[in-house]
Design a protein around this ligand. Structure first.
Ligand SMILES: [Zn+2]
Length: 65
């Protein structure tokens, strides 16, 4: 059986999210057991979604003209 884990998503302007790899539930904290599907969680995986957001931000702030 595949292990379930939290996929951590960080955001520049709001709190981190943890997405259940099994049911896709989103939580504000990496609980030991998913409150939605009751799977036991392994180590959270880091998903650097903030990189995309930071790139979008630097494009907005690009004043190299
Ligand atoms: Zn779940």
């Amino acid at each position: 059986m595949k292990r379930t884990h939290w996929i951590r998503k960080t955001h520049l302007f709001r709190a981190d999210e943890y997405i259940c790899s099994r049911c896709g539930a989103s939580c504000g904290k990496p609980y030991k057991v998913c409150p939605n599907c009751q799977s036991e969680m392994g180590k959270p995986k880091y998903s650097p979604s903030w990189v995309d957001e930071a790139e979008g931000l630097s494009a907005l702030l690009d004043d190299d003209w």
